[in-house]
Design a binder for this molecule. Structure first.
Ligand SMILES: Cc1ncc(C[n+]2csc(CCOP(=O)(O)OP(=O)(O)O)c2C)c(N)n1
Length: 139
């Protein structure tokens, strides 16, 4: 392992500035009230309160995904679809596939404006498959 001057295992910058932040961010958030005062944290924490445990949540690549992964609580196996390759636009397309595959489960896609613009044409596929984006298939 690389050693920094003085025998440190991590760089002085990491020790002084990053490590305390990492320690703070290992906290588990269990309710909307417990998340930090952050413009988006509460929204993503709230999602776990209103979506069913087995809801399928999809996302693509973008800064927004950081809030999802930090503050949404995935509570069931097979409840996340996300790109291992970091591909933008994956969320809406994956949501259509998930809704077609699991018609009884609620599916929720998260996308930034950039991600959404890359695959928003899949809304036509959702319509053709009658995979209602809001989970209401009776309308
Ligand atoms: C297909 C593809 N093109 C480009 C990128 C590089 N890239 C990663 S995130 C990003 C911007 C994402 O924008 P948006 O979806 O609006 O999310 P935000 O970062 O604004 O939250 C880009 C261009 C990528 N990951 N995948």
């Amino acid at each position: 392992m690389r050693r920094w001057p003085g025998g440190r295992r991590s760089s002085p910058i990491h020790s002084a500035r990053v490590a305390p932040l990492c320690a703070r961010n290992t906290k588990t958030y269990t309710s909307v009230e417990s998340v930090p005062a952050d413009p988006l944290a509460g929204h993503f924490a709230h999602l776990a309160d209103v979506l069913p445990v087995d809801a399928i949540v999809t996302n693509g690549a973008g800064n927004y995904a950081g809030w999802l992964h930090r503050f949404y609580r995935f509570r069931a196996p097979g409840s996340q679809l996300a790109p291992t390759s970091g591909s933008m636009g994956y969320g809406p397309a994956a949501a259509v596939g998930a809704a077609a595959t699991h018609p009884a489960r609620e599916v929720f896609a998260i996308a930034g404006d950039g991600c959404f613009m890359m695959t928003c044409q899949e809304m036509a596929t959702a319509g053709a498959l009658r995979a209602a984006p809001d989970g209401d298939r009776d309308r």
